[in-house]
Design a binder for this molecule. Structure first.
Ligand code: SF4
Length: 436
């Protein structure tokens, strides 16, 4: 049967899509290889979020042109396949087919065109494929990579934040039916997943025949064998009390919420097209903190967005200094051509964007360290990621709060999915402890 080489660029939505494509190929009997030279079918799942990501993809396509056998087929999927549909033929004419993010229903037919038999009984054994973690971490990592799995619940987005290209590449919002989601979650649990992340650009806008995201959380949360449920990403405009109430009810949901604020200035939020004010955001998280004490709140922040003044930036810095977030993903604004923000004036100088990023980052590191210090002396349950990538004599994993924990490699617990670790050190990046 044909062997498939699959490489994924970009976000977790792409990782989830790759997982779906891999399952389709696997069910038809394909196997997977880590070496493009030996593959019959090569798939590159691409990202177009930034120009740098596009450059990396075209660089890789250039390498694959010389690595692949002449008779092998090369398929490009994902956001760049959609965005560069018209120009891919001239930029990379050795690519055999393109499928955008809304076209994966045509994947099996394409495999059939390329000689993969589709009339055999479908294979229902657990998917076995090398993950990108395996490539970094060696054979050990494969044992742990399937413990976490991503399941998409929506496709596309129609929020049109002024800095984002996603609505142009992934199209309008579409919610996936709950039965399909539940059957994917069950399949992943059968294959060994302990933690499932429900994925969407804006999971809070999920709506399928009257069933909303709060209802979906309750349904998926009751699936037998699922130990940890989490979700990404939420939009403050659509995140509401009903979702918080559902989170308080569902037993196996991980105690963390990612709610991107982006800026603490209403003027900047308006320029970003974010559809909420700082006051509305704070009111929502006040209810969240009241109903779910002890949870971790994480966020995204963009520094140096066009029109952001020193005053705007100080407001964001102050919010972070107050310890509002347990963790934050902080970015310097990077213009994306084709988005309204790229041509807004005035743009903040790149050096100044970087200065603001560093200031916010340093304030957040203090808050994260203070949050981590609360765990000293406690025993935490960690979902293992296997041997640490930096030091094979150590193991690493994540708590339900998504805090990184490192502990000495220990043969007794080496093959356990969950390990109880007694914490004795806290840092801004995470925790260190010993097997309890
Ligand atoms: S919510 Fe905004 S940032 Fe997120 S995918 Fe949609 S447009 Fe992009």
């Amino acid at each position: 049967m044909p062997s498939v080489y699959l490489q994924t660029f970009g976000c977790q939505m792409n990782a989830a899509d790759s997982n779906g494509l891999a399952h389709q190929a696997w069910s038809l009997g394909c196997s997977f290889t880590e070496t493009p030279e030996t593959a019959d079918i090569l798939i590159v799942n691409t990202c177009a979020i930034r120009e740098k990501a596009e450059t990396r993809v075209y660089g890789r396509l250039g390498q694959l042109k010389s690595l692949k056998r002449p008779e092998s087929k090369l398929l490009v999927t994902g956001c760049l396949a959609e965005k560069d549909r018209a120009v891919m033929r001239s930029k990379a004419p050795w690519v055999d087919a393109l499928l955008g993010p809304r076209e994966y229903g045509a994947f099996k037919a394409l495999l059939a065109d390329w000689g993969v038999p589709t009339d055999l009984p479908p294979r229902d054994t657990p998917l076995q494929m090398p993950s990108s973690e395996t490539l970094d971490g060696g054979a050990d990592a494969l044992e742990y990579s399937h413990l976490r799995s991503l399941v998409s619940i929506t496709r596309g987005c129609e929020k049109f934040c002024t800095y984002c290209i996603v609505p142009y590449t992934r199209g309008p919002l579409e919610s996936i039916g709950p039965e399909e989601i539940e059957s994917q979650v069950r399949r992943e649990v059968r294959c060994g997943a302990k933690e499932i992340t429900l994925l969407g650009q804006n999971v809070n806008s999920y709506l399928y025949e009257g069933l909303n995201f709060a209802d979906l959380l309750r349904r998926v949360g009751s699936i037998e064998g699922l130990e940890r449920l989490t979700f990404l990403t939420s939009h403050p405009h659509d995140f509401n009390r009903e979702v918080v109430d559902a989170l308080a009810e569902v037993q196996n949901v991980a105690p963390r919420l990612h709610l991107p604020i982006q800026s603490a200035s209403n003027e900047v939020l308006q320029a970003m097209g974010r559809l909420y004010t700082v006051e509305e955001y704070l009111e929502k998280i006040a209810y969240f903190r009241e109903r779910l004490p002890g949870w971790a709140l994480t966020t995204d922040i963009i520094c140096g967005f066009p029109t952001e003044t020193e005053h705007d930036f100080e407001a964001t810095l102050e919010l972070v200094r107050r310890g509002t977030f347990e963790y934050a993903f902080i970015f310097a604004y990077s213009p994306r051509s084709g988005t309204p923000a790229a041509t807004m004036t005035p743009q903040v100088e790149p050096q100044e964007r970087l200065r603001r990023l560093q200031a916010v980052n340093s304030a957040q590191l203090d808050s994260s360290r203070r949050f981590h210090e609360r765990f000293i002396g406690e025993t935490v349950r960690v979902l293992s990621s296997g041997p640490s990538k930096k030091d094979a004599a150590k193991m690493a994993g994540k708590t339900g709060h998504n805090v990184t924990v490192v502990w000495p490699r220990d043969e007794r617990t080496l093959h356990q999915a969950f390990v109880d670790v007694a914490i004795d050190q806290a840092h801004s990046w995470g925790l260190i402890g010993q097997v309890a």
